[in-house]
Design a protein around this ligand. Structure first.
Ligand code: ZN
Length: 394
């Protein structure tokens, strides 16, 4: 990215591997080699819900929705918000201008084809940065734009010079890079590097076709990339890209101090829920952080550890970091008396441990016959309690 400092040179401590700065010879021997180039503790997010997410099959973002999503993402703390190319349609052009005028903390980027006409439209909108994209694999060159590598290089340099001359950040990206010829790719990047573009930061963009988008993103950061493209719930072309929430789940574990201080994690649920509602999907049950069972415990031994001992025995992430709470199920045949005890206390009943163990046995008996709802287990507790009251009264 042009005009930004070289983030990789930042001497900020890497908090990815706690305990490693123990200076004994043996610990030095076991340091991971990727620590020297890793950016896991200084990564930045390019949030692309309003560009990649606009390509999701269900998306139709009105100006009002776009402004609301952009504002939420800026409050969350993402570094950049990427919006649909103003060359896509007249309304996309107007929306890009409107978002630029919101005065958000996040910088606004747009993603355009690498040609002068598109670049000029982006500049006209008042964006902070422009991402130029061109397909470089033989497949895309043959079936998408039909340009040779020589023509790609020439027009890239012209467009880069123009955008830079307008005092705007420029990013250059080759689409389908991993299927492009390596020599072609390096020749092109060497040329645009001379124009002062790629020597700074490396941005990455991973689709989730094989379920590896988050893994690819963290591996890229470990290998020295510093920017990850995300979208809320991962929405995008096909089944989308690295989801913002899943990346946060990973990074709050890998790089806790940086992630907690930089991003307003408690806003994640509201953002996931809002975007899910406007694109008319449910948040998947197993979604990291915001899926309905992300912090649920069912088995008796899990519940015991979660309630009585230390929740981190079974939880990698503390739900409180995201303003959420764990839920301990007590209505099944695999429940344990600790979970039932917690429910009895919630209901405000005063019963002894032995009595609670009796109730647990009754719930398990019923749970062996059929699935139980919360109300079923509750009614076992209520009637047991009522019985006790009646016994006392007589
Ligand atoms: Zn994409």
């Amino acid at each position: 990215m042009c005009g930004t400092e070289n983030e990789a040179a930042d001497p900020a401590p890497n908090d990815a591997h706690p305990g490693q700065n123990n200076s004994t010879a043996s610990s030095i021997m076991y340091q991971r080699v990727d620590d020297y180039i890793s950016n896991v503790s200084r990564y930045k997010i390019i949030e692309s819900t309003l560009r990649e997410g606009d390509q999701f099959i269900n998306s139709f973002f009105t100006t009002e929705i776009k402004c609301k999503i952009a504002t939420m993402l800026s409050n969350f703390g993402v570094d950049y918000i990427e919006v649909t190319s103003p060359a896509s349609s007249p309304q996309s052009f107007e929306d890009c201008k409107t978002i630029c005028k919101l005065g958000l903390k996040s910088k606004i980027l747009t993603h355009v084809r690498c040609n002068m006409e598109d670049a000029k439209k982006a500049v006209e909108c008042g964006v902070d940065g422009v991402d130029l994209v061109i397909g470089t694999s033989s497949l895309l060159r043959q079936y998408s734009h039909g340009k040779s590598m020589e023509i790609i290089q020439k027009s890239a340099l012209e467009v880069i010079e123009y955008v830079k001359s307008q005092g705007i950040e420029v990013r250059f990206s080759s689409e389908d890079s991993f299927r492009s010829d390596l020599v072609d790719l390096l020749t092109l990047y060497k040329a645009v590097d001379k124009a002062g573009v790629v020597s700074c930061d490396i941005e990455t963009h991973f689709h989730d076709d094989t379920g590896c988008a988050v893994a690819n993103a963290i591996t890229a950061l470990e290998a020295g990339a510093s920017l990850v493209d995300t979208s809320v719930l991962g929405i995008g072309e096909r089944n989308g890209i690295t989801p913002l929430g899943a990346l946060m789940a990973r990074m709050v574990v890998t790089s806790p101090e940086y992630t907690k201080s930089k991003y307003n994690l408690k806003l994640l649920r509201e953002i996931d829920e809002y975007v899910a509602s406007v694109v008319q999907v449910n948040i998947p049950f197993n979604n990291p952080i915001t899926g309905f069972c992300a912090f649920t415990h069912k088995a008796g031994i899990h519940a015991k550890a979660a309630i009585l001992a230390n929740p981190s025995t079974y939880e990698i992430i503390d739900p409180a970091l995201f303003g959420l709470t764990r839920y301990v199920s007590f209505s099944s045949r695999i429940t344990g008396w600790n979970a039932v005890k917690s429910r009895v206390e919630q209901l405000g009943y005063n019963l002894s441990d032995d009595q609670i163990k009796e109730i647990t046995a009754m719930i398990k008996q019923l749970g062996d016959v059929r699935p139980l709802a919360v109300e079923d287990a509750d009614s076992v507790i209520h009637s047991y309690h009522l019985n006790q009251q009646e016994k006392k009264a007589t």
